[in-house]
Design a protein around this ligand. Structure first.
Ligand code: ATP
Ligand code: MG
Length: 570
């Protein structure tokens, strides 16, 4: 199992391109990539794919990956998102070195290069209103029509563009467009917008600008300014690549950039079952209160993953396993959960937790006796040592580890039956009490003193059942949150077989009502004082993490990260 963790990532078509470039000397052995989020939301699992791909390539080929905020839309962006994104990328173990950049740092140059395009006859100011622009754009089957302003003189275009920049015109009255081809079968080449007027405050440049560059223009120019070699993006940008190249070729011809120019390469985005990764839907989940914020442990955000106890190493393993390709696919959530299990299995120390406590009294153990038992911290790693777990007269065991009338094949505690207290002794049940409601409230048992685990001959007598326990005098109480998948179906909101044709489903109706519950549990004492974000395997239960936000001295709070085995398999 742990061997997979050290296997180098499988080759993929992007690595092949990088290696071919290195072999041909195209970039002189240099590799620079970038991760370019828009600071308008929190990062999700899909972004992790892009982050680990970009930073991973740079690391593996001795290059640099730039962190770049694509902050060209003044009305939707905030510093809060910038800070959160940086924290998440760092959490994933990625390092951008000196290369923390903002597209807004390039506004001056973007504007100057737009003038270059105008001067070369490659851009014009259009003064049609939005409706007229839409109407003349054409469709997939029909060509668009030229704007009546398309043949303005270079002088007029320059003058108008400068006046746009100077704030002389209200929003929407003029727009700078690339002069390409209104009849192009690729809609992205039908004279796309370069600059629009937006009298809006920007979170970094304040009120310095009232025109803002469009994504397609700003993105390729930023790549070229940062000397990016391989500009990786998701497949929906494939049809934008000719435009990316069109801008850069013209600016290179004008002497602003030297060749080779950055190469855009597309890969398929991450789609994951039992969740949603669209920004719009994630915002809706938070704003309408379906979850407890962006960092709810059920959210597919990196903030949520961190509180859930998912690990950066687990994400890395996951992305190595699913690979990088150009074909769209839906990855089963169990693959991600398995990677987290695998990583945690290797690293998390074992501890004992009783999640649904039932009192067990050992009738032949004196009141104040403390018997020292020893449990390994990690069964596959003896070097991590053992810890002492005290055994006393009164213990907590799991309620489900006792059955008054055992079903067939039940080998745990039952009237007159025997089990081994893990790391302790064999005990024999001698009786039990019930409360007024008829619920078992206490179980009594006798210890066979000759069977202590770890002492010579102790294992000679075998019993089938083996249960975990905690000394009631030593255990600490805790809140344990049983986190599970946020949605109960693989494709939330999608139609299902047998749905009436007029039925429309809403992804919110597919929220798993059992995705969150909380229980008062008993834990080994050391778990009470563990640092937030410490992860453990609770024996027989799964992997748990001390909650990053709510776990405090005197108030232990743990989240379940994953169960020990896939509990969703049919
Ligand atoms: P928006 O609609 O706001 O542009 P976005 O999901 O594209 O949303 P960005 O902040 O622009 O968000 O994304 C930053 C980078 O992350 C982009 O390069 C984008 O391609 C990549 N990315 C986003 N979602 C996924 C995904 N599901 N799988 C892989 N990469 C993704
Ligand atoms: Mg985007």
């Amino acid at each position: 199992m742990s061997q997979d963790t050290v296997t180098p990532p499988a080759s993929n078509f992007i690595r092949n391109i990088v290696e071919a470039d290195n072999a041909s000397g195209k970039w002189g052995g240099r590799i620079e990539t970038r991760f370019p989020p828009e600071p308008n939301g929190y990062l999700h699992f899909g972004h992790a794919k892009s982050i680990l791909l970009n930073f991973g390539l740079a690391r593996d080929y001795g290059g640099v990956c730039h962190m770049r905020f694509d902050d060209t839309n003044p009305t939707r962006e905030e510093q809060e998102y910038v800070d959160a994104i940086l924290e998440d990328v760092r959490w994933l173990g990625c390092d951008w070195g000196e290369q923390l950049n903002y597209t807004s740092d390039y506004f001056d140059r973007l504007c100057a290069y737009a003038e270059t395009l105008i001067e070369g006859g490659h851009a014009y100011v259009d003064s049609q209103n939005a409706e007229a622009m839409r109407a003349t754009r054409g469709t997939l089957t029909e060509p668009g029509r030229d704007s009546p302003y398309r043949n303005r003189s270079i002088e007029d275009n320059l003058d108008l563009f400068r006046r746009m920049r100077a704030g002389e015109f209200p929003d929407g009255t003029h727009i700078l467009r690339a002069k390409i081809d209104m009849a192009s079968p690729n809609m992205n080449l039908r004279d796309p917008a370069i600059y629009r007027i937006r009298h809006a405050h920007h979170h970094r440049t304040g009120d310095a600008w009232c025109i803002y560059p469009m994504y397609d223009y700003a993105h390729c120019v930023s790549d070229a300014l940062e000397n990016i070699t391989h500009s990786l993006c998701t497949l929906e940008f494939e049809s934008h690549r000719p435009l990316y190249e069109w801008f850069l070729e013209r600016l290179a011809d004008a002497g602003h950039f030297s060749r080779p120019l950055p190469q855009q390469i597309e890969f398929s985005r991450l789609n994951l079952s039992y969740t949603v990764l669209s920004k719009r839907k994630l915002i809706q989940l938070v704003q309408e209160g379906h979850v407890d914020g962006w960092d709810d442990p059920r959210m597919p955000t990196l903030k949520g993953a961190r509180r859930r106890g998912f690990t950066p190493q687990g994400f890395k393993l996951f992305l190595d396993r699913i690979g990088i390709s150009k074909s769209d696919s839906l990855i089963d959530m169990v693959v991600l959960e398995d990677c987290m299990r695998e990583d945690l299995n290797a690293r998390a120390e074992r501890r004992i937790a009783v999640l649904d406590p039932l009192r067990l009294v050992l009738v032949n153990v004196p009141e104040d006796h403390v018997e020292e038992c020893f449990a390994p911290n990690h069964p596959q790693k003896p070097e991590l040592g053992k810890r002492m777990v005290p055994l006393t007269r009164e213990l907590w065991i799991e309620r489900e580890d006792f059955m008054e009338t055992p079903s067939k094949g039940y080998f745990r505690l039952r009237p007159d039956g025997e089990v081994r207290l893990r790391y302790g002794f064999i005990i024999k049940c001698t009786g039990f009490d019930k409360d007024e409601a008829g619920k078992v409230s206490c179980v009594y048992a006798e210890v066979d003193m000759d069977t202590k685990s770890g002492t010579p001959g102790s294992e000679s007598r075998k019993v089938k059942g083996n249960i975990h326990w905690l000394s009631a005098a030593h255990a600490v109480e805790a809140e344990v949150r049983m986190v599970d998948r946020l949605f109960s179906v693989p494709a939330p909101g999608s139609r299902r077989e047998g749905d009436a044709p007029e039925l429309e489903r809403d992804f919110l109706d597919d929220i798993n009502p059992h995705s969150k519950s909380s229980t008062r549990a008993m834990l080994e004492p050391s778990l009470g004082s563990a640092a937030p974000e410490s992860t453990y395997q609770f024996e027989r239960h799964g992997y748990f993490v001390a909650d990053r936000k709510d776990h405090k001295p005197g108030h232990a709070v743990y989240n379940r990260t994953v169960t020990l085995r896939d509990s969703w398999a049919k």
